[in-house]
Write a protein that binds this ligand. Structure first.
Ligand SMILES: Nc1ncnc2c1ncn2[C@@H]1O[C@H](COP(=O)(O)OP(=O)(O)OP(=O)(O)O)[C@@H](O)[C@H]1O
Ligand SMILES: [Mg+2]
Length: 507
């Protein structure tokens, strides 16, 4: 019999107010891709953080190659060959790619040979097709690129156990294909790969074995040959799902947002938005389809006031709002749910109540200089209840919450502010299937309450289910626009790749 590379036995982890893991057993074998599934807050990241030495278990033990081993720090785990790409990346923004990879260097030598390091990185990145410039600063990278740095770091340390916490949440379909091929290659080389995902189709495609967590305990296990979607959903959420939303047509409300030939630069000072024009009416969901990194973030930032446009006009409810500061836009009822939830979205070290106050400069929770704590606390409790947010307490720093619950808090805060215009980027990234259903229903409810919604998504199915009209972005241009009933998946796919009938000129 093959000895497991890793045996986790009876692992329990208690945090104040929560038992994140409760007597969990998990074995990882060389050559397997092992999927870890479960609702937001079910304990997946915690379990893997224990395996990587970031947390100490309250109870239980870990065997590596059959021998009991204790990790008192991530460096211990790395030297036992265990590497992890975290859900929220752990990179230093002001360092370069190469410096970040070197930072966790456990190869033993103190003197760093930068040229050698860069050569190693380039070799690894070309072997695995993970393109990256070792000299680039991390702050200049998009989320997909940051993930590549994390994967390279793990490969650079020759990890035998590779843990990826929701890696595809930030990837394009093409990048996901490449990642899957790489993960399979790593498993074939004798590694154990742990793959955390909420996307069942991915799990079905990639996993050799599946372990499902629910409320901190193992709720089921499955082998590849027995995979069955209905049974998996039942193990995950304990009920069936209803994802057939009634599609009510948009009313003919007033135009809330009108963009006229908006152009803007990206972080690298190249043209990120190129003459983008469209409008959204009250009670309408306008979807933006496209592979991420084609100007969607910059578009949202220009609308929210966090990026200056260099050309064109933005009108909001008939008034010229071009380049007004974020605060004026928030006060006028414009809400923004950004891509990086723990940077621009929420302040990681503050708790839920403080994060809710933070957003409203002088609305419900302040009277002059006085903060109305009671009102803020009850608003926080209300959001937690409505969105079924799982956390130890509303007084814990939000960075301690699970990834999906962080997203629910951010969305909940924005929706509770009853915006007139809501800009949402990838709202269901990282959410479990039950939570996706809840968020979709909330967006439809907002639409019914007459909010104009700009929904940026990579999932055409999501756009088809929610949007009234869909625009396709490629290389900073709005390529074309369709009413949702005229949406032709093939045509949109081609536009997303920049292929048009008129030679890529856009709308
Ligand atoms: N450092 C911490 N301090 C306190 N509570 C924590 C901490 N880390 C996690 N928790 C809590 O433990 C529970 C499990 O969280 P965990 O992050 O493991 O969930 P998850 O399965 O990874 O969820 P998701 O799919 O949303 O990422 C949650 O209730 C979370 O709030
Ligand atoms: Mg997690």
């Amino acid at each position: 019999m093959v000895t497991p590379l890793i045996s986790m036995l009876g692992i329990t982890k208690k945090f104040p107010g929560v038992i994140a893991n409760n007597k969990i057993d998990l074995e990882l074998y060389p050559g397997e891709v092992h999927a870890l599934l479960g609702e937001n807050g079910s304990g997946k990241s915690t379990l893997m953080s224990i395996l990587t030495g970031l947390y100490q278990p309250t109870e239980g033990k870990i065997l590596v190659d059959g021998k009991e081993t204790q990790f008192s720090s991530p460096a211990d785990a790395i030297s036992s060959g265990i590497g992890m790409v975290h859900q929220h990346f752990k990179l230093i923004e002001s360092f370069t790619v190469a410096e970040n990879i070197a930072l966790s260097d456990t190869h033993g030598s103190f003197k760093l040979d930068m040229a050698q390091l860069e050569a190693d990185i380039e070799e690894l990145s070309s072997y695995y097709g993970l393109k990256i410039d070792p000299h680039a600063f991390v702050w200049q990278l998009g989320v997909g690129e940051k993930q590549r740095v994390e994967i390279l770091r793990m490969l650079y340390h020759k990890s035998r156990v590779l843990i990826l916490d929701e890696p595809t949440a930030v990837l394009t379909p093409q990048e996901t294909r490449e990642l899957f091929a790489n993960l399979r290659k790593m498993a074939d080389n004798g590694c154990a790969v742990v793959f955390i995902s909420h996307k069942l189709n991915e799990v079905e495609e990639l996993a050799d074995r599946i372990t499902v967590l629910r409320g901190g305990v193992v709720s089921g296990r499955m082998e590849k040959s027995e995979i069955n979607r209905g049974a998996l959903i039942q193990m995950m959420v304990g009920r069936e799902l209803n994802t057939n939303y009634p599609h009510k047509p948009a009313g003919s409300g007033d135009v809330v947002l009108k963009l006229e030939k908006i152009s803007a630069l990206g972080d690298m000072h190249t043209l990120a938005l190129d003459n983008v024009s469209f409008e959204i009416r009250a009670g309408e969901i306008y979807g933006i389809a496209g592979v991420s990194g084609n100007g969607q973030r910059e578009l949202a930032e220009v609308i929210a006031g966090m990026r200056l446009s260099m050309g064109g006009k933005m009108y909001y409810r008939g008034q010229d709002f071009t380049n007004k500061p974020p605060r004026a836009k928030i006060e006028a009822g414009i809400s923004y749910v950004p891509e990086d939830r723990l940077g621009t979205g929420l302040a990681p070290n503050l708790n839920s109540v403080e994060n809710i106050i933070l957003k409203e400069y002088n609305g419900r929770f302040a009277e002059g200089w006085r903060i109305k704590w009671q009102a803020a606390v009850s608003a926080a409790k209300h959001i937690v209840e409505e969105f079924d947010i799982k956390q130890g307490s509303i007084y814990q720093p939000v960075k301690m919450m699970s990834g999906g619950n962080i997203q629910k808090l951010l969305l909940g805060r924005e929706i509770a502010a009853k915006p007139q215009l809501m800009v949402v980027l990838y709202p269901v990234r990282g959410l479990d299937i039950g939570a996706i259903e809840a968020v979709h229903k909330l967006l439809l409810k907002l639409k019914e309450e007459n909010t104009a919604i700009l929904l940026v998504s990579e999932e055409l199915e999501e756009l088809a289910a929610l949007a009234d009209r869909v625009g396709v972005m490629f290389a900073g241009k709005l390529m074309d626009e369709f009413a949702v009933q005229d949406m032709d998946i093939e045509k949109i796919g081609a536009l997303m790749a920049g292929v048009t009938d008129n030679g890529g000129e856009g709308k």
